[in-house]
Design a protein around this ligand. Structure first.
Ligand code: OAD
Length: 238
């Protein structure tokens, strides 16, 4: 069996990373156009750097939760039976990787990386970013930005995502509000391609009616339960 899993902020909520659109989420407190758009960065780079520097420092002290661990188990379990997990996340944290997932596609970029706006080099970056940095690759000064896809920019790996959807049997959406495109449209593409569809979330997302199967609860319990169920079915098939 080949499973395409899309994750969002909800899977990392219990690791303390916060969500965006819940009542205490980041976009309830801050203007996303000031903090997550190329125009916002141009207008006030210090403000944008400070926002992502704080999130990066928080991430360095956060730990994966049982939902991340369950998806790493699923990758192993599917692989051992000739199947495959395609894990695509909207999250910019690296909690999937730290839980043991080997193949993770970060369609909205990665917080622990910086990108040079001159040479386009992407590099690991755990320190604070600011306007004083020099690009280690091309030596331009003040040209590093967080390696994050902002509003108005094109998400990464869209061709790989389309191919993986075409190659999968089941599409599962975990911990995402289903309100940011293109990710919010994956369920419809999956249905069009004939995949079964499943949502796991704290509460019904904006896309809930589009899913055939739905499980609601905190990711740290709902995801391991769902993964155990899938692995049991696979084991029974032999
Ligand atoms: P949202 O904040 O929009 O949605 C988070 C979803 O997770 C909601 O549906 C919550 O109900 C659910 N949730 C909260 N806690 C949960 C828990 N413990 N277990 C399970 N589910 C839980 O976050 P995303 O959908 O990921 O993009 O947002 C998509 C994109 O919008 C983000 O990648 C980000 C943001 O703007 C950029 O910054 C480019």
């Amino acid at each position: 069996m080949k499973i395409f899993v899309l994750t969002g902020a909800g899977i990392s909520a219990e690791s303390g990373m916060g969500t965006f659109r819940d009542k205490d989420g980041a976009w309830a407190r801050f203007d996303p156009m000031k903090l997550a758009s190329p125009e916002g960065f141009e207008a006030d780079p210090d403000l944008v750097h400070a926002f992502y520097n704080a999130r990066r420092q928080k991430l360095l002290t956060a730990s994966p939760n049982p939902a991340h661990a369950a998806l790493a188990r699923l990758e192993d379990g599917l692989g051992a039976r000739g199947g495959e997990l395609f894990l695509c996340t909207q999250n910019i944290d690296d909690l999937h990787e730290r839980a043991g997932s080997r193949h993770v596609l970060h369609m909205h970029g990665e917080l622990r990386k910086a990108r040079c706006m001159v040479c386009a080099r992407v590099m690991p970056w755990d320190d604070d970013l600011g306007r004083d940095e020099t690009c280690p690759a091309c030596h331009s000064h003040g040209t590093l930005r967080p390696h994050i896809v902002w509003f108005g920019e094109v998400p990464l790996y869209m061709d790989d995502i389309q191919h993986a959807l075409e190659d999968s049997d089941l599409f599962v959406s975990i911990g995402t509000s289903g309100s940011v495109y293109p990710a919010a449209g994956f369920v419809n593409e999956a249905r069009y391609l004939g995949l079964r569809t499943c949502e796991i979330n704290l509460e019904p997302s904006e896309n809930a009616p589009a899913f055939e199967e739905r499980y609601y609860g905190p990711a740290s319990t709902a995801v391991p339960e769902w993964v155990d169920g899938v692995l049991k079915v696979l084991a029974a098939r032999g």
